[in-house]
Every structure is written in structure tokens, then in C-alpha cells.
Design a protein around this ligand. Sequence first.
Ligand SMILES: Cc1cc2nc3c(=O)[nH]c(=O)nc-3n(C[C@H](O)[C@H](O)[C@H](O)COP(=O)(O)OP(=O)(O)OC[C@H]3O[C@@H](n4cnc5c(N)ncnc54)[C@H](O)[C@@H]3O)c2cc1C
Length: 510
Amino acid sequence: MKPDYLIVGSGLSALVFGALMANSGKIVQVLEAHEHPGGFGHTFTMAKKYKFNAQFHYVWDCGEGQTVNRVLKKLGLDREVTFERYDPDGFDHMRMPGYALDIPSEPEELIRRLSLLFPESSDRIRGFINEVETTGEGMKKLAPPVKPIELIKHASEVFCTAQYLNSTLQDVFDKFQLPQATQTLLALQWPDFLLPPNQLSFYAWVALFRGYQAGAFYPTQQFEKVIDSLVRTIESRGGQVLLNHEVINFRVTNKTVTGVEAIDLETYQTHEFTGETVICNLDPKKAAKIMGEEKFSKAIRKKLNYEYSASNYMAYCAVKDIDLRDYGFGKWNVFHSGHDNLNEAFAQMYDRHDYSNPSFAITTPTLLTEESRDCPEDCQIIEFLTVANYNYFKPLLEGDRKAYNQKKQEIFDAIVDVVEKHYVPNLRKHMVFHITGSPTTNERFCWCPDGNSYGSSLTPRNMGLGRLNHETSLNHFYFCNASSGYPGFAPTFWTGALLYQRLSGDVILG
Ligand SMILES: Cc1cc2nc3c(=O)[nH]c(=O)nc-3n(C[C@H](O)[C@H](O)[C@H](O)COP(=O)(O)OP(=O)(O)OC[C@H]3O[C@@H](n4cnc5c(N)ncnc54)[C@H](O)[C@@H]3O)c2cc1C
């Protein structure tokens, strides 16, 4: 039977859209190239006992009445898929030479902590944090679906926000003349964007920073439960999620998309799939290449002309007979920089592939929920994340596998050396498992072009008015992906839910 919605890709925005449509009585069929559903959000098991989520660490907008909660309620999953809150007194622990700052939920408390560290700059710090608050409120009013009356009621916030349309985080740091160390402490969560302050859109930073301030969360039953629940919703309502099916072509007649051609990666047979409407969760630019860019209108082609975000390096590790809580870890992330200037730290790693003084994130999933373990009782999981350049790793992998492995090992050693020096002496002694991922690992397992991490790069250019949305200029065909919405767990929930709302008329986001 021809489904109402044929969805290409099972990333989070696609699963949210598909689950909502299935829940409303539509027949949904999902084609996913990978052996696991979830895209960047999939979970894999190593050595039969350690579970790692590919990319998710912490998420926002999961509290009562917020985007994720509204969607889960609509699906009847809100009691089953629950979340644990990170420590509101310090959800991100920022560490750099000579300074330590735990970021609290309360903006006033953040001003207090920063002012204690930099008393001579307390007025500027207050000015900056207040501007972040005002911009964040204005951004909420400007986010679709826009309500003109709200724009008028909140004209001053909207005006404040509009002036930063083309600004980087660095532009706003400079405007408020924040000391270098203050800047670094505030922007140390840069791995959440894989961009340094001098390239990162101020809007992107404000959205994420305030999102986590309002509540940083981790799923009680791990991310796997979230993905499985959405898949189950689709399947239990007559839909299908077909794994190991790579879409290799789209059928387009008279500017109307009618179906796709997919190869079954287990049997290597190709099959035709049709749908009343086709939803594209794979990278929009890649989809346009497969279909032929000339099929799209000039306006859409312009929007498709985005640069990809940087890629990343991940180390997924398990440690045994040690409690990381004794070493400063807990219901928070730790962000470390050996450099006091993040623009320089980023360039050193990304442009020069030099990890001798690395800046990176440390996450400890086992400490975030008591109810579900991702490893045996006597072990804990610890993960490290930093930036890496696809254009460096790809030729290395293809040309010199040994050099590729050596580089991955070199980065691992550089990071673990820092961790042993500053956080957990003898970490290596307790490490019973580790595996590392590079940009080419992302490309292979998350099927993302150039190993990109967040879709289109989060620069002011890509975050501005010319940003792609669900519209494709083709009939019965819509984009539904981080690059046609926004990247991140809550933002992809929002992207999938907004498309559902637009196509069904059923309002869930307000
Ligand atoms: C290192 C890293 C850390 C992150 N950390 C966080 C975090 O802590 N918190 C947070 O909120 N967000 C985080 N994110 C971002 C978040 O993971 C993504 O923005 C989000 O999961 C993207 O979802 P999506 O719907 O765009 O689809 P994607 O996850 O991009 O999925 C697309 C799907 O399409 C499939 N596909 C591709 N090509 C084909 C084809 N030809 N045929 C069939 N299927 C195909 C892919 O296999 C994939 O399953 C992180 C991302 C990275 C890389």
C-alpha cells in the first residue's frame, strides 16, 4: 500500500515527524541507510557490554510545557520517555589555566560568579548577560510560527535581536569589551557548535546557552529509549521503518516527487518506493545533488548553497574500578581548554591539525541517570569530544591507513594526557575499553556529507534570513533535517513537529 508519507532517513526530526503523522492516522514508511535508526542519535554497542550514543550528550527544552514535552505528550510517550536534570548550580564546568567557572541556571548568579573572578569588569559582564537575555527573548518572538501581535508587544526585545542578525559571538564580546578570560569561560562549550567565537553566530550561541540555562537534561533511560519509542509509535500504527535501505535516486515528474529508488544493503537489490508525499531527512544539499540541482527554483538553490559545519573527533571510553565522581565529575559536563583564546585553540586543531594543547569536552553519561546503565556495574563511561577537519582525515584514511590510525591515537593521547594531569591521575590504568571516531567515521555511520556534525555551519550567514526551511519548490516534497530547521535534540524535535503542524494543521507548538 502506498504510504501517505515516504520518509528518507530516520534522523530525529524525521522520526518526530513520522511518529506524529502515524499517531494522527497516516501511514508512514521510513527508509534508513544505516543498520540503526536515529542518525546522529543512534546508539551502538561495543564488546557486547558498552553502549554509546553516537553524538548526543545533553539536551534542552525537555521540561514541562517545553517543545520536547509537548511532542511526547501528543504521542502519549511523556510518562515513558522522561529526563533527568543536570545540576542547575553548574551544568557546564568550564576549566582553563588559572580559572574555573561552573555555569549556573540563574543569569544573576552567573553575573555574580563572573564578577567575583573579574571584579574590574562587573558592569560590562552585567551588560553582556542582560543583552543575552533580551536577545533570547526577542529570538523567541521571531521564531516561526511568528505572531505579529507578539512582535509589537515585545518591540524592544525584537529590535535588540534584529541588530545582531549578522553578528558573531566575538562581535558581541568585543562590543561589551569583555576580558579575554571571561570570553573563554563563557564560550568554552564551543564543541556544542564546533565553531569558535569569531565564526559562531551570536543567535546560535544565545539559543543554546539560554536553552541549557533553562534546563539541561539527559534521558532517564538513555537516548536509545527516545529513538526506540518514536520508531515503535510509527510501527505500532501500521507504519514501517526499513533499515539498511540507501536511497540512491528520487523520482521526479513535472516538478512533483513521486517516490525514490533504494538499494537494500543486505541483498544489494534495488527497489522502487512511492508515497503521496516524500519527506527528505537526508542532507538537503546532498539530496539536491542526487536529484539534479536544476530541478529546484533559483531561490531554493540559493538557500542550498550553505557550507557544512566542521566535523569532530570522539573518544568513547569505559573505565573500571574507579568512581569518576571522586574526581570532579557528576551531573554536568566538563569543558577544558589549555589555551586562553578559543579562536586560536580552534585554528590550531582545525586548520593546523595540532592537538598539542587541546580544547575539548568531557561527558560522563553513566553519572547522569541512575535508572539505566550503559555498561556493567563496575564500569563507567567517559567520552571526549573535539573538532577535527574532514579535508585532513579523508585523504589520510584513503592514502595512508597507518598514518590515519596514528593521528587518531595522537589526539587520544594528547587528550588523555591532559585529563590525567588535571582531573584523573592514572586514567589509563582504569580504562578497559576505548574506541575513537574521526570525521570519516561520522561520514560512514551517520551518513553525513564531509562528516559534518551540525548540518550547515552555524555562522551568521547560514543562520540569517536566507536559511533553508521545509520548502523545496517541488510538489509533494519537503525537507526535514537539521539544515532545514536547526541542529540539536530539541531543535530537531521542533523541526519535525513544525513540519507536522504545517502539513496537518494540528497545532502543537503554539
Ligand atoms: C559530535 C556531536 C555532538 C552532538 N551533541 C549534541 C548534544 O549534546 N545535544 C544535542 O541536542 N545535539 C547534539 N548534536 C546534534 C544532533 O545530534 C543533530 O543535530 C541531530 O541528531 C540531527 O538530526 P537530523 O534529523 O537532522 O538527522 P540526522 O541525524 O542527520 O539523520 C539523517 C539520517 O538520514 C540517513 N541517510 C542519509 N543518507 C541516506 C540515504 N541516501 N538513504 C537513506 N538514509 C539516508 C542517515 O543514515 C541518518 O540516519 C551533536 C552532533 C554531533 C555530531
